[in-house]
Design a binder for this molecule. Sequence first.
Ligand SMILES: Nc1ncnc2c1ncn2[C@@H]1O[C@H](COP(=O)(O)OP(=O)(O)OP(=O)(O)O)[C@@H](O)[C@H]1O
Ligand SMILES: Cc1ncc(C[n+]2csc(CCO)c2C)c(N)n1
Length: 256
Amino acid sequence: MDLMTHSSTFLLPTIPADQRPSLTYALVVLNQRLPRFTPLLWKHARLRLCADGGANRVYDEMPLLFPHEDALDVRQRYKPDVIKGDMDSIRAEVLDFYSSLGTKVVDESFDQDTTDLHKCVTFIRDYNPDWNKSELCVLVAGALGGRFDHEAGNINVLYRFSTMRIILLSDDCLIYLLPRTHRHEIYVQSSLEGPHCGLIPLGMPSCGTTTTGLEWDLTDMEMSFGGLVSTSNLVKDEKITVKSSSDLLWTISIRK
Ligand SMILES: Nc1ncnc2c1ncn2[C@@H]1O[C@H](COP(=O)(O)OP(=O)(O)OP(=O)(O)O)[C@@H](O)[C@H]1O
Ligand SMILES: Cc1ncc(C[n+]2csc(CCO)c2C)c(N)n1
């Protein structure tokens, strides 16, 4: 079984040259209060998208993160490459502003069956055939801590695109999928994340999950909703390992 390694180095100001693995980041900004570290994610990303009303957030809230700078300067500096969605939330002035700066606008108002995040992930997946898909990582800002139907839709995107690396982020925590096809090593950036963490068997039970590096490790344990779900667990070691018979969600808190 192949190994997949994970590390939240995108939360560091500069990504160490020896980071495991070296990833190409794309950022999707959703229509939720911008996490405070959004400018950092923006800097690391090679492609920046706003999902529909996410563009309002960049327009309204990026200047608030730089209170000593002129708002227009900040808006021009943080220009999304793409705005994609069904366009029922973006304000006309925001659309005009970014269109005039050259942002690509993809209006998919005809599709009322997939979410704006889903539409953005499709764009990223198909964007550059030269990008190695296993090294592509989608960071999603503002994915958690809001309306529960949206949160569930955002988590569903992890399952719909289970072969892509996608990380849902809020100010408080991050979530990603650990596919059952791999064994996993998670290198914890302990100055930035932890100690609280969880392993959640959403969608399907796990017949057997084994971990190392946690306060409450699992040894070939069954997990399911209605049965065992590992919440309020704690990171013990710098390296966590996980092997499971089913896909699991991994979540870890982000330090304030
Ligand atoms: N409160 C929220 N919590 C979590 N994610 C959100 C929230 N609001 C929006 N999002 C995410 O941002 C994306 C864009 O938001 P936007 O408000 O433009 O979507 P929408 O489909 O128009 O929403 P609505 O259901 O209100 O019509 C959504 O697809 C969703 O992924
Ligand atoms: C069974 C079912 N439930 C809800 C929706 C609504 N919906 C889901 S995604 C989306 C687009 C949001 O930008 C909308 C309106 C649907 N189509 N099918």
